[in-house]
Design a protein around this ligand. Structure first.
Ligand code: DAH
Length: 338
């Protein structure tokens, strides 16, 4: 009987099949109710006691081997037959491949940068952890200016802080290059603010800087009008309101005509017909001098905008927190944006 087990073991090892019927026949012949292995199992009680252990172990090995073989060949025949069938249907529609989406802030950031690189601006970046000189002093912030207050700035120590604006990159670019300079600087900025629908402690800005001989406020105005039309549409108008920033003189706040009501007045623009999009101005001569540029030879303009703000206006998003929560129901809506 031991010999019989050996013969069957050998047979199992050598067994191959080209279709499922052969596998089934083989299974019935060995493992079926009247199968050879089943018969050996019931003969077990006739085996002399001293051989029972060896015989039992061998028989178990045989049974497992036979079961495994049957399943293995069945699986491989089944999977190859389905993949053959799939190959045959050449008209079958392609599998659906789920696409990811760019984050709306990335979409708008790219759009802003594209608009400016088209008219000759380069892209520059600077560190998020800045020293006092680049974030404040060089930009003409007097030592007692409230923006240096602990409430606005995340200080790391007396000298080092998380940058509160990307204007710090202007300083770095001016220090390291000679005019003409035309650059836009995108980046993350940090302010010690309570998080709400309209404020966050982390947000994104794009800073713009243009320095050359004879740059005037008219150049600034025309550049911003070009930007507004490219960003919000050909019929967009801009409005400049006098304002104050330590690093520009004169300074202005830039508004664009409301996209929702076309400037007629609605809830979104609080019935003014305009929405604020950025700050700007002529670079203060002190700032040029602080950065090693001769203010008697060169002049320039600068502007700074929040990417979140532009995105909210463009897509009519009413809560800043959506940008940071990574809720797929929000993010999936930007799949068609590029
Ligand atoms: N840095 C300003 C802010 O964070 C924005 C800004 C205003 C930048 C006027 C400029 C500018 O370059 O000229 O609020």
């Amino acid at each position: 009987m031991l010999e019989k087990v050996d013969i069957l073991l050998d047979e199992v090892a050598k067994f191959t099949a080209t279709d499922l019927n052969q596998v089934e026949e083989f299974r019935i012949r060995l493992l079926g109710k009247k199968g050879e292995i089943t018969a050996l199992m019931s003969d077990f009680r006739n085996v002399p006691n001293e051989q029972k252990k060896e015989f039992g172990q061998k028989l178990n090995t045989l049974k497992t081997a036979a079961l495994e073989k049957v399943n293995e060949i069945k699986d491989s025949l089944e999977s190859s037959s389905t993949s053959n069938k799939e190959k045959q249907d050449l008209t079958r529609p392609a599998e659906y491949t789920p696409l990811g989406a760019r984050h709306p802030l990335s979409v708008v950031r790219k759009e802003i940068l594209d608009i400016f690189t088209r008219i000759g601006f380069s892209i520059s970046e600077g560190p998020e952890i800045e020293d006092d000189f680049h974030n404040f002093t060089a930009l003409n912030f007097p030592p007692e200016h409230p923006a240096r207050d602990m409430q606005d700035t995340f200080f790391i120590d007396d000298e080092i802080a998380l940058r509160t604006h990307t204007s710090s990159v202007q300083v770095r670019v001016m220090e390291n290059s000679t005019p003409p300079i035309r650059t836009v600087s995108p980046g993350r900025v940090f302010r010690n603010e309570a998080i709400s629908a309209r404020a966050h402690c982390i947000f994104h800005q794009v800073e713009g800087l243009y320095i050359d001989k004879g740059v005037s406020f008219a150049d600034l105005k025309q550049t911003l009008l070009y930007f507004a039309k490219e960003m919000f549409g050909e019929n967009t108008e801009i409005r400049l309101r006098p304002s104050y920033f330590p690093f520009t003189e004169p300074s202005a706040e830039v508004d664009v005509s409301c996209q929702i009501c076309n400037g007629k007045g609605c809830n979104v623009c609080k019935h003014t017909g305009f929405l604020e999009i950025m700050g700007c101005g002529m670079v203060d001569p002190n700032v040029l001098e602080n950065c090693g540029i001769d203010s008697t030879v060169y002049s320039g303009f600068a502007f700074g905008m929040g990417i979140e703000r532009i995105t909210m206006l463009k897509y009519q998003i009413n809560d800043l927190r959506h940008f940071f929560e990574n809720d797929l129901r929000f993010l999936n809506q930007f799949k068609s944006a590029y």
